[in-house]
Design a protein around this ligand. Structure first.
Ligand SMILES: NC(=O)c1ccc[n+]([C@@H]2O[C@H](COP(=O)([O-])OP(=O)(O)OC[C@H]3O[C@@H](n4cnc5c(N)ncnc54)[C@H](O)[C@@H]3O)[C@@H](O)[C@H]2O)c1
Length: 266
């Protein structure tokens, strides 16, 4: 059901790889709520994933950009400014990848080249998007920017490996940049900390199914789906949340407030 929450708004959605991606659901919901979109993903994802199908379905341009590369991010904003004829009202950062996790390297035995790659792709890319976007004048006054995190930034989930540190950094970047963009442009920057979700990135974590089942039992509302996450993010893009900024907001069915669930004790 559409409430017209994003009517007249324009936004950039990163990270929609296939119909399981959280970003894919956000793009569909934002479109349904009346937004005009520009999609972007890494060049390799354009070849191997299905972002082209989404771009056609939503009549939204699809711009290849490796978000670790400043020159790609510059081109992305130039394209967005040209396409929309002005700055954007919202941005979704929905990007994460750890070569250490992919190769099964435990947290106490990291490959440091991989570690820097994890931090660059999963966290510093957010800083780059915010810094370059600000320099390019690509953010409209009163806009809203959201990135996705996981509760491993606050609590220990051993198999989450170096993604843990990337998420802690990502959340810090949102807080810091939220201050500067808030003061300057009234732009909000928030983090949505989402339940385990069966996507390509999610299921790449060793023991994902066990983490998913555990969180599902622990959370009084059960795990939050990608579709529910999209609803929440659309609310954050809308004017209904215009005083919320610099927060890590838990979208997790109550998991983060729990100690132990009776179901797990039995
Ligand atoms: N799935 C979960 O359990 C879960 C839980 C909490 C948070 N998150 C976060 O949600 C976000 C989206 O992940 P998802 O679960 O939808 O998985 P996904 O695999 O569908 O999306 C990850 C996206 O990152 C993109 N990407 C990777 N490297 C890139 C680069 N260098 N430049 C541009 N794009 C790049 C991929 O192409 C892909 O589209 C990530 O930040 C992830 O950490 C996921």
């Amino acid at each position: 059901m559409s409430y017209g929450l994003l009517r007249g708004k324009k936004g950039i959605i990163t990270g929609a790889l296939d119909d399981k991606s959280i970003a894919w659901h956000v793009a569909l919901r934002a479109h349904e709520e009346g937004a005009q979109l520009l999609l972007t993903n890494a060049p390799v994802a354009l070849r191997l994933g299905q972002p082209k199908a989404l771009s056609q379905q939503l009549n939204a341009p699809l711009i290849p950009a490796d978000l670790t590369q400043i020159s790609d991010i510059e081109k992305l904003y130039e394209e967005a400014l040209r396409h929309f004829g002005g700055p954007v009202d919202f941005v979704l950062h929905s990007v994460g990848m750890s070569p250490n996790v992919r190769k099964g390297k435990a947290y106490a035995e990291l490959d440091y080249e991989f570690y820097f790659k994890t931090l660059d792709v999963s966290a510093v890319s957010f800083h780059k998007m915010l810094q370059v976007g600000r320099q390019k004048g690509a953010f409209a006054r009163g806009g809203s920017i959201v990135a996705l995190s996981y509760i491993a930034a606050q609590r220990v989930f051993p198999k989450y490996g170096d993604m843990t540190d990337a998420k802690a950094l990502l959340e810090s970047i949102a807080r810091m940049f939220g201050y500067f963009l808030g003061k300057e442009l009234g732009v909000r920057v928030n983090i949505v900390s989402q339940s385990p979700t069966p996507t390509t990135a999610g299921t790449g974590i060793a023991g994902f199914q066990a983490m998913y089942d555990y969180a599902n039992k622990m959370s009084p509302l059960g795990n939050a789906s990608a579709a529910a996450c999209a609803d929440f993010i659309v609310a954050l893009f809308s004017d209904l949340t215009r005083a919320v900024t610099m927060q890590t907001l838990y979208h997790d069915g109550g998991f983060s407030a729990m100690g132990i669930a009776e179901e797990l004790l039995q």
